[in-house]
Design a protein around this ligand. Structure first.
Ligand SMILES: Nc1ncnc2c1ncn2[C@@H]1O[C@H](COP(=O)(O)OP(=O)(O)OP(=O)(O)O)[C@@H](O)[C@H]1O
Ligand SMILES: [Mg+2]
Length: 618
C-alpha cells in the first residue's frame, strides 16, 4: 500500500540519478522491461492503492517469453488466452509504453471492443506517464483521450521523441491506417466478432501495419467468449488462418486461473467431501479437474517442489477446489460453464460455454493423451478413385486409416450422409474393429449420395466385407437404396418393421434416427466412452465429441454452433450395430452393459422382442 507521495519517495533515487548515470540506466531499462516497470511505472492495484508495478507470476512468465523473442530478433506474435483479472491488460499497456518511450520514432496502438474499455486501458498509460520520474518524462505535444504524442514544438530545433501511443475501438476501421506500428495491443479480442462483422479483414489490415522485425509486438489478449472466430484461431494449425498466415510463428499462450496465487482458499475441503465426476454435478467434473490442477500447480509453482511433496500438492488441490466452489456458488450462481469461461483450466473449457457437453471431457482427454504418447502411430490417407471404384493411397485423401484390415476380424461401419453441398455437412463413415471396439478408419467427404454409396461399398469390401449401417434419414435414403438395389452390397444393416397397410413384416434397410433412437445410441456411445472401452484414434472425431452438447434451452443434443456432429452420429451408429451384432470381447461386453444399466435394460427389451417375433413367425 502506498500513497502517491510514497511512490514519489520510492522513485526519489531514480529521480535524482546523477546525469552521468542516466544513459546507463536507460540502457538497463531497455534490456530489462521488468526493471523498468518496478522503477518507473505505477499502477492501481485491486485494493485501489497506488503501487509500483512489480510483476506477478504470470507477468514474469510472459516477460520471459517476450525476452526470448527479443534476444533472438524474432517478432513477438502472441495469442494470449487467459482467466480473468490476471493483470494481462496492465502488462501489455506497460509493454507498449516501455517500447515507445525508450525508443524514438515508435508507435503503439491499443484497440478494444468498445469505448469504455478502450478508455480504461488508455488511462493506465496516462497514469504511467503522470507518475514517471521527472527526467524520464519525454516532451509531449499531445496528451488527450485518444493519443499520447511525444514530440517537441514545431519550431524546436530537436524534433523530440516522435513516438505515439493511440487508442481506438475495433469498430473504427480506420484505426492504425497509414502508420507503422511497433506494438499492437488487441484487448478482449474474442469479443470483436460481436461488434465488427468482418473481423478477419479488419485484423489483416491491422497486422500489415506492423513490420516483421525484432522487438515488434502484436498481442491478442483475451478471455474466451464462446465458439467464435477467436476459438477457430486458437485451434487452427499455424499459418492457416487469415491474418496469421503472414507470420509463421504465433505463440499461443494459455494461462489458467491456477497461475494466480490469490485464487485459492485458506481451507481445504472438508475431509471425505464428495467430488463431482460429471458435467451434471453441482460443481462439474471435479475429479477430472483435480488432475488438471495438479499439472498446472506443478507448472506454475516450481519453487514449491510439488513433485517431491505429494501431501502438500493434494492439500493445495483441495484448497483450489474449495475456492472454486465458493466462486461458482456465490459469483456464478452455480452456472459452471459460465465460471469455466471466465476462469478456465484448459483452453477447451474456456470456449465451451453454451450448454453442457454430452461426453465426458475427462475421458476424451485420456484418449487424446494416449494418442499424444504415441506420435509414430500409423495414419494412412486414401482417396476414393471413382472410376476405378477403389481407395488409393494419397496424401490428400479423405479416408484416414489407423489400422489396415486384419485377417480373421470382423468390422462394422456406421455412416451419416450429408447432401454433398459445398458448404454443407460432410458424409462420414466410421469403421470399428470387433471384438475390441477400436476405431480403425474414418471417411469424411463432401460428395453426392451415389458416390458416397460406392465409396462405402469399397470401404466395406476393404474391411473384410464389413456390415454397413447407413442412416436412412434425409439424403441417406438414396445412399441406402443405391447400396442395396444397385450395388447389391452383401451385408447391410436392416431392421424388421410391421407395415400396417400391407399387414406384413418388411425389411427396412439402414438406421433410422428419430428422437428416441438417437437417445439410445448416444447413451450407448456415452457409456462406451466413460467406461473406456471404445478406442478412438481419430483426432477430428475426438474434437467433434468434445463439442457435442445438450443445449440447456432447447434440450436438444447436437454440435455447438459452428461445429458438426456427423462424426459423432456415424460413430454412435457404428457402435449400435456392433452391439446388436454381439460377440464383443467378453469382459468388454460385460462392462458394456453392467447389470441394471440403461443398456442392460435395452438388451433385455431386445431379447423379449426377439422372443415375441419368433412366436409370431412360428
Ligand atoms: N503485478 C500486479 N500487482 C498488483 N496489481 C496488479 C498487477 N497487475 C495488475 N494488477 C491489477 O489487477 C487488476 C486487473 O488487472 P488487468 O485489468 O490488467 O487484468 P486483466 O487480466 O486484463 O483483467 P480482465 O480479465 O478484467 O481484462 C487491476 O486493478 C490492475 O491494476
Ligand atoms: Mg483486460
Amino acid at each position: 500500500m502506498a500513497t502517491v507521495e510514497q511512490i514519489r519517495a520510492f522513485r526519489k533515487k531514480i529521480k535524482e540519478l546523477p546525469q552521468h548515470l542516466r544513459t546507463e540506466k536507460l540502457e538497463a531499462w531497455r534490456n530489462d522491461f521488468e526493471l523498468f516497470c518496478i522503477e518507473c511505472l505505477t499502477i492501481i492495484d485491486k485494493d485501489n492503492e497506488y503501487v509500483p508495478f512489480k510483476f506477478n507470476r504470470f507477468q514474469k512468465h510472459f516477460w520471459k517469453i517476450l525476452k526470448d523473442d527479443i534476444d533472438s530478433g524474432t517478432p513477438s506474435r502472441i495469442y494470449l488466452l487467459k482467466a480473468r483479472q490476471l493483470g494481462s491488460s496492465t502488462f501489455v499497456q506497460a509493454l507498449a509504453f516501455w517500447r515507445i518511450i525508450l525508443w524514438p520514432n515508435s508507435n503503439g496502438l491499443v484497440a478494444a471492443h468498445a469505448e469504455d474499455p478502450a478508455r480504461n486501458l488508455f488511462n493506465k498509460s496516462r497514469l504511467f506517464l503522470h507518475l514517471l520520474p521527472q527526467w524520464v518524462k519525454p516532451t509531449r505535444q499531445r496528451n488527450n483521450r485518444k493519443e499520447l504524442y511525444f514530440a517537441t514544438k514545431d519550431d524546436a530545433e530537436d524534433p523530440g521523441l516522435q513516438s505515439m501511443l493511440s487508442v481506438g475501438t475495433i469498430k473504427n476501421v480506420h484505426i492504425g491506417a497509414g502508420s507503422t506500428l511497433h506494438v499492437l495491443h488487441l484487448s478482449e479480442f474474442a469479443r470483436y466478432e460481436s461488434v465488427q462483422s468482418n473481423v478477419r479483414a479488419g485484423l489483416r489490415s491491422l497486422f500489415s501495419t506492423v513490420p516483421e522485425r525484432g522487438r515488434t509486438f502484436i498481442i491478442l489478449e483475451t478471455t474466451a467468449w464462446g465458439m467464435n472466430y477467436s476459438h477457430d484461431l486458437w485451434f487452427q494449425d499455424k499459418g492457416k488462418v487469415d491474418g496469421f498466415e503472414k507470420v509463421k510463428d504465433w505463440t499461443r499462450l494459455f494461462v489458467s486461473w491456477l497461475a494466480d496465487d490469490a485464487y485459492t482458499s485458506k481451507n481445504t475441503l472438508a475431509p471425505g467431501s464428495y467430488l463431482g465426476s460429471s458435467a451434471q454435478d453441482d460443481y462439474g467434473d471435479e475429479l477430472g479437474l483435480s488432475e488438471v490442477i495438479r499439472k498446472e500447480l506443478k507448472y506454475w509453482y516450481p519453487e514449491k517442489k510439488y513433485e517431491e511433496n505429494e501431501e502438500e500438492l493434494e492439500k493445495e488441490v483441495s484448497r483450489r477446489l474449495n475456492w472454486r466452489r465458493g466462486k461458482i456458488a456465490v459469483d456464478f450462481d452455480y452456472d459452471v460453464p459460465n465460471f469455466q469461461q471466465e476462469y478456465p483450466s484448459t483452453p477447451h473449457e474456456a470456449f465451451i460455454t453454451t450448454g453442457t457437453t454430452v461426453f465426458s471431457l475427462r475421458h476424451l482427454a485420456i484418449q487424446r493423451e494416449r494418442l499424444a504418447a504415441n506420435p509414430d502411430r500409423q495414419l494412412h490417407k486414401y482417396h476414393y478413385n471413382v472410376s476405378a471404384g477403389r481407395f488409393e493411397e494419397s496424401a490428400y485423401g479423405n479416408l484416414r486409416v489407423y489400422e489396415e484390415p486384419q485377417d480373421g476380424y470382423h468390422y462394422v461401419i456406421g455412416a451419416d450422409v450429408g447432401r454433398g453441398l459445398a458448404d454443407g455437412d460432410k458424409s462420414v463413415a466410421q469403421v470399428l474393429k470387433l471384438p475390441h471396439l477400436e476405431q480403425v478408419a474414418c471417411l469424411s467427404d463432401r460428395v453426392d449420395t451415389h458416390t458416397f454409396a460406392k465409396a462405402l461399398a469399397a470401404l466395406g469390401h476393404k474391411y473384410n466385407t464389413a456390415q454397413i449401417g447407413v442412416e436412412v434419414n434425409g439424403p441417406g435414403l438414396t445412399t441406402n437404396m443405391f447400396l442395396s438395389e444397385e450395388i447389391n452390397y452383401p451385408w447391410l444393416y436392416w431392421k424388421k418393421r410391421y407395415d400396417k397397410s400391407r399387414k406384413e413384416w418388411t425389411r427396412e434397410v439402414g438406421w433410422d434416427t428419430n428422437v428416441s433412437s438417437k437417445e439410445v445410441i448416444i447413451a450407448g456411445l456415452r457409456s462406451a466412452i466413460t467406461n473406456d472401452y471404445l478406442i478412438i484414434n481419430d483426432e477430428e472425431s475426438l474434437t467433434e465429441l468434445e463439442h457435442y452438447i445438450l443445449d440447456p434451452k432447447t434440450h436438444k443434443m447436437g454440435a455447438v454452433q459452428g461445429k458438426h456432429d456427423d462424426q459423432v452420429m456415424s460413430m454412435a451408429i457404428a457402435l449400435q450395430i456392433a452391439t446388436e451384432f454381439g460377440g464383443l470381447e467378453s469382459t468388454r461386453a460385460e462392462q458394456f452393459r453392467p447389470k441394471w444399466s440403461f443398456e442392460w435394460w435395452a438388451s433385455q427389451a431386445d431379447k423379449l422382442q426377439a422372443r415375441k417375433d419368433k412366436r409370431r413367425y412360428a
